[in-house]
Design a protein around this ligand. Structure first.
Ligand SMILES: Cc1cc2nc3c(=O)[nH]c(=O)nc-3n(C[C@H](O)[C@H](O)[C@H](O)COP(=O)(O)O)c2cc1C
Length: 335
């Protein structure tokens, strides 16, 4: 079998990683992706029936899901570990890391926090560590901490994506030139053109969130999927949330939140509003208008709900054809 260095590192067939999505990427989606030859990733809350603020309860949920994944696929898979910035968030991630190590997690996708917190302990426990970054400096720091690969998340991406407006097109080649570890490109990849572009930019694999949120197996609520099918090229907006930027679907939630930001709402007011209209309310309860729906700009490219395996097979099948198109377009260069 032909491989590349990400496939070798992970033991997967295709350099396609389904990105973690909080309430959306549960066992069904992640197992379907891993079984189709990509890398499926479990999100922090996906598969839960209710919200919990108890780190022990939440970590036991993670344990159940890792065990279920091992039952559903023999292939490698990942778990998202958001490090967190506050003491409370760290308590959650510490317990998650402990359970991940006890359960022999193959791959951790670590995000929302510093690579110096868990890289060492995870690696010593035999888990491969991919760290999500949004600048070259952050990528170099992650590399110096010993991560196995860095994931570049561009401004187009859905969900939280760092502190800058660097796009995938610009961030990926700069990081690829700067680090020696494999690079994964995320943000704005919705079809084979994005996948091949990511590889051309210097990435070793593509990281796709929004495309897989619209997969049949994703646990995004049906109302959310229907709403996103109506999305166009301007259906998302980047919002400042705490210190970070987050990309969401434009709806009543994003309008009210933007208005609150513009009118100087206090941190407490913003936090309360976010907690009362969170992704739990959209993705789990189905409030598609007055709740936050994280999604990437690429939502406008997704026009149908398909099985995750079909998404991967179609991507793979289309690669050869699109390389021929590229050759045709590159003719003026004497190729
Ligand atoms: C609904 C949704 C939820 C997300 N939740 C998380 C999360 O819990 N942790 C995380 O690291 N990234 C999260 N992300 C970001 C994705 O992992 C990934 O970076 C992004 O989707 C890639 O860009 P794309 O949406 O253009 O494919 C989320 C994205 C979406 C769309």
């Amino acid at each position: 079998m032909q491989t590349n260095r990400i496939c070798d590192l992970l033991g997967i067939r295709y350099p396609i990683i389904q990105a973690p999505m909080n309430w959306v990427s549960g066992v069904s989606l992640a197992a379907a992706v891993s079984n189709a030859g990509g890398l499926g990733t479990l999100g922090p809350n996906a598969g839960e029936k209710e919200r919990t603020r108890d780190p022990l309860v939440s970590a036991e949920g993670v344990r159940r899901r890792i065990r279920e994944m091992k039952r559903l696929t023999e292939n490698p898979f990942a778990l998202n570990i958001p490090v967190g910035f506050t003491e409370k968030e760290r308590l959650h991630s510490e317990k998650t890391v402990q359970v991940a190590l006890e359960e022999g997690l193959p791959v951790a996708i670590v995000s929302v926090g510093s690579p110096n917190v868990y890289t060492d302990v995870l690696k010593k426990g035999g888990t491969k560590v991919f760290h999500a970054v949004s600048t070259k400096e952050h990528a170099l720091k992650a590399e110096s901490m010993g991560v196995d690969a860095v994931i570049c998340e561009g401004f187009e991406a859905g969900g939280h994506k760092g502190f800058t407006e660097l796009t995938t097109f610009v961030l990926v080649p700069m990081v690829a030139d700067a680090v020696k570890v494999p690079v994964v490109a995320g943000g704005g990849i919705g079809d084979v053109r994005g996948l091949l572009a990511a590889l051309m930019l210097g990435a070793d694999a593509a990281y796709m969130g929004t495309r897989f949120m619209m997969a049949a197996e994703s646990s995004a609520h049906a109302h959310v999927k229907e709403t996103l099918l109506g999305g166009d090229d301007v259906c998302t907006v980047s919002l400042k949330k705490r210190k970070m930027l987050a990309r969401d679907f434009r709806n009543r939630f994003s309008e009210v939140y933007s208005h609150m930001l513009a009118n100087g709402a206090s941190v407490d007011e913003l936090e309360t509003f976010l907690a009362d209209h969170s992704q739990y309310h959209s993705q789990f309860l189905g409030h598609a208008d007055m709740a936050e729906i994280c999604c990437g700009q690429v939502a406008g490219l997704v026009n149908e709900i398909e099985g995750a395996g079909d998404i991967i097979h179609k991507l793979v099948e289309a690669v050869g054809f699109h390389i021929e198109i590229l050759k045709e377009k590159a003719r003026p260069f004497g190729l």
